[in-house]
Write a new protein. Structure first.
Length: 203
């Protein structure tokens, strides 16, 4: 019987241990995320706050807020849904605020992708949500920079349809799936190495 290859076995064992560790870490992150979601659900009923133009992370998500947009710029449309669940196009605008920063405002939902709502600016009230994120999905998984926030108008502006209300599903909670993937990878690595050792022993 051939001796067990020491160095390859150590390397595979370390790799499997790392993958199991990552799976356990994702399970811990799942518990943290569920606690955070509970806090976010309570934000809907908390008192209004000033819009965090510089961004203040998830702590401000779904809080009621307002801002005064002195000059709306860069009006654009992106796919989305209205308050009644119908499909449409979110109308977004940039509003200059203090210190040269720009706040993103979702005015409402348009029925056509070529809509050109007229809105020059004014007072916007509503709730805080995530602004559209242009980062690739894979990059967003490892990029720990906080996502930008925007103010979703309620009531809608410029004659548009109503925006949907605060939605907890906008906050990803895929840690259980990630944990399962790491455990699966660890199991596959163990099986492949065991088969390789078996084949080696027979040769």
């Amino acid at each position: 019987m051939k001796r067990l290859p020491i160095i390859p076995t150590i390397i595979v064992a370390i790799a499997i241990a790392v993958m199991i560790g990552l799976g356990v870490w994702q399970l811990q992150r799942r518990g943290e995320k569920e606690a955070a979601l509970t806090r976010l659900a309570a934000n809907v009923e908390r008192p209004p706050i000033a819009f965090p133009a510089a961004g203040s992370g998830n702590a401000a998500l779904f809080r009621r807020s307002s801002l005064t947009c002195s000059r709306a710029t860069n009006l654009r449309l992106e796919g989305g849904r209205s308050a009644d669940g119908g499909t449409g196009w979110r109308v977004l605008a940039d509003c200059p605020v203090e210190a040269g920063r720009v706040a993103v405002v979702q005015l409402g939902i348009a029925g056509k992708p070529d809509a050109r709502p007229a809105w020059a600016g004014g007072v916007v009230t509503g709730h805080i949500s995530y602004a559209p994120d242009a980062r690739p999905l894979l990059s967003a998984l490892y990029d720990r920079r906080p996502r930008a926030l925007m103010l979703v108008a309620n009531p809608p502006l410029a004659g548009l349809r109503a925006n949907p209300g605060p939605d907890l599903s906008a906050v990803p909670n895929n840690h259980l799936a990630y944990a399962g993937q790491w455990f699966l990878f660890a199991g596959i690595a163990a099986v492949i190495y065991a088969l390789a050792l078996r084949r080696r022993a027979r040769s």
